[in-house]
Design a binder for this molecule. Structure first.
Ligand SMILES: [Fe+2]
Ligand SMILES: [Fe+2]
Length: 163
């Protein structure tokens, strides 16, 4: 496990769960690479990380738009960089060691985004008094089709919100 996940908790359960899933995906890819399972790592990268990143970012943008978040355009621009970091930079990696160090760099950026930018909309929803409503609107985290597989790969290292 290279990332533990505490850093991405912003207090919005559904989005926190989505952020943790991103961390799970990174950890799983790293673990597979370390075990020499390159093809599997690539598949989890394509079918998991890339697709889930798209879904999560779209989910956030949809909710921010619905509740009139004033910095939406700026946030969307940051998401474009987020996508580039995930799809292009991390997509080139095949070796576990390189992946770990590159992932650490990329995730430094991603964690920074979650801690700074994503926390801002949480604060905005709270200030505007629509926190409960916005959270209800979220209903549940976007699904990851390969969650069971991810749970198997990570075992006890699978991160989720404790209820
Ligand atoms: Fe996010
Ligand atoms: Fe975001």
């Amino acid at each position: 496990m290279i990332f533990k996940g505490e850093e991405v908790i912003n207090g919005c359960e559904v989005f926190d769960a989505e952020h943790l899933m991103l961390v799970n995906l990174i950890n799983a890819i790293h673990k597979l690479l370390k075990e020499g399972k390159k093809e599997e790592a690539k598949r989890i990268f394509k079918e998991g990380l890339v697709k889930y990143t798209e879904k999560h970012l779209a989910h956030e943008e949809e909710v921010m738009e619905k509740f009139g978040y004033p910095d939406l355009d700026k946030h969307k621009k940051a998401h474009e960089i987020f996508k580039k970091v995930i799809t292009e930079d991390m997509g080139k990696l095949e070796d576990a060691k390189v992946f770990a160090s590159e992932a650490a760099l990329a995730m430094g950026w991603v964690f920074g985004h979650i801690k700074k930018n994503d926390r801002k909309y949480v604060e905005f929803f709270k200030e505007k008094g629509c926190w409960e409503e916005a959270c209800k609107e979220l209903e549940k985290p976007v699904e990851l089709g390969i969650e069971e597989e991810l749970r198997e790969i990570l075992g006890e290292e699978f991160l989720e919100i404790k209820k």
